[in-house]
Design a protein around this ligand. Structure first.
Ligand SMILES: [Zn+2]
Length: 257
């Protein structure tokens, strides 16, 4: 099953590469077939096998030899590994599908779209809010469905509301946009999936990650006004929370004892 989860993850990763490239450009993610962005030659199925084709072609287009970014390989690899991790963690086909297809895979797309374009598409975050409510409800223990619905609802308000207030305060103080509406909607999506307690943990983890990595990036760039997108940190924090939520919480609480 882990092997199959890996193969499925690689295929999803290949699809995510299409989503990451086309969605922010307003292109259809279904048609036409993938083409080389340089020579526009359609990519044959045997040159579109996750991980393998990139390695065999040594990261170059078969027809025009233009360099194909390592990013394509990385996204496929991440999707494959996270797919295996999700199945290993849940040991349940339904939970695996629900969390991998509707949470982990969309978050992976968000990370790279936000890094490239500084946007988080509504077409990911808004259906994500609905998916989050449904997954949280359907995966609740028997008899706890209504509690899960309330938890998701409060989670949306806490996650989205908290970032909205931060964005609002920042804009008032600094007279420029710090966090975007995309971050607010992504936090609302995470609130729907995780409920209000865990989304607070995600906000905490993402702020710590963002501060540490942000400081490293601005000092490397020697530019204190360099804008760093927050979406990747939210997405990474949510993934960490899913797999390591309890150990992280115990560690955090132990700091106060
Ligand atoms: Zn080409």
């Amino acid at each position: 099953m882990l092997f199959l989860a890996g193969i499925f993850g690689l295929c999803i990763g290949s699809f995510l590469n299409v989503v990451i490239y086309r969605l922010p450009r307003g292109e259809s993610i279904v048609t036409p077939r993938s083409r080389c962005p340089s020579c526009e030659h359609p990519i044959a199925w045997y040159d579109n096998i996750p991980l393998v084709s990139w390695l065999l072609l040594r990261g170059k287009c078969r027809h025009c030899s233009v360099k194909i970014s390592f990013r394509y390989f990385l996204v496929e690899l991440l999707a494959g590994v996270l797919s295996i991790a999700t199945f290993f963690y849940f040991q349940d086909l339904v939970l695996y599908f629900a969390y991998f297809c509707f949470l982990i895979a969309p978050l992976l797309a968000v990370i790279f779209i936000d890094l490239d374009h500084r946007i988080i598409p509504d077409s990911i975050s808004l259906p994500g809010i609905v998916a989050g409510v449904l997954v949280h409800y359907l995966t609740a223990f028997p008899g706890e469905g209504s509690g899960a619905l309330v938890d998701s609802g409060v989670g949306i308000l806490v996650g989205g509301g908290f970032l909205f207030l931060v964005a609002f305060a920042y804009e008032k103080l600094k007279k420029r946009e710090g966090l975007g509406g995309g971050d607010v909607k992504l936090a609302a999506m995470l609130g729907a999936f995780f409920g209000w307690k865990q989304v607070l943990m995600i906000l905490l983890i993402s702020s710590v990650l963002g501060s540490v990595i942000g400081l490293v990036v601005v000092s490397l760039k020697k530019n204190w006004h360099y804008a760093i997108p927050f979406g990747p940190f939210l997405a990474a924090a949510a993934t960490l929370q899913l797999f390591f939520g309890e150990p992280i919480l115990y560690w955090y609480l132990s700091l106060f004892h």
